[in-house]
Design a protein. Structure first.
Length: 160
């Protein structure tokens, strides 16, 4: 009625709880995705733009011998003594330009053993296209690399 007041306020949706629920759901999805990365046999490493390791999965622990606690925060190239098949500045230029790089590299395990890995790197960017991190997936190809090198050596001996 005109002139009457109500003690009841209009119902306003509780945006705080909705936002909190959405954040909890996003956190759960992120935890599940991180768990899936732990199941991979390949080494999966995430590095920031300063080359510091920010994620190191179980496959990386097995392949390289360093625990997650030892690897996180370290420079990936220094820790693993990475040797590239082309100059590092070319690798980084390709990654920046194409947001992707693939090639073979040599890495040194914690026990000093050198291994050859097929490496695939993807540049992660934010919503505005600004680079934020580098995802690196590596697969040990040392046995097949050794066989290929041996076959090339044998061909050279036969043709000589």
């Amino acid at each position: 009625m005109i002139g009457e007041t109500s003690d009841k306020l209009p119902q306003v949706p509780n945006d705080g709880k909705r936002v909190e629920r959405e954040r909890d759901q996003q956190d759960a999805v992120a935890r599940e995705q991180a768990h899936l990365l732990e199941l991979a046999h390949d080494s999966i490493i995430v590095r920031d733009l300063e080359n510091r390791i920010t994620f190191w999965n179980h496959g990386a622990e097995v392949k390289y011998g360093w625990t997650r606690q030892e690897a996180i925060g370290q420079s990936a190239h220094n820790l693993l003594k990475t040797q590239f098949s082309q100059p590092l500045d070319q690798v980084e230029e390709t990654l920046q330009r194409d947001h992707y790089w693939e090639g073979q590299i040599i890495r040194t395990r914690k026990d000093g053993q050198k291994i050859v890995v097929a490496s695939r790197r993807v540049l992660q960017c934010d919503a505005e296209g600004k680079p934020t991190a580098i995802l690196e997936i590596n697969n040990d190809i040392t046995p097949s690399s050794f066989i290929s090198t041996r076959q090339m050596f044998m061909r050279k001996l036969i043709s000589a």
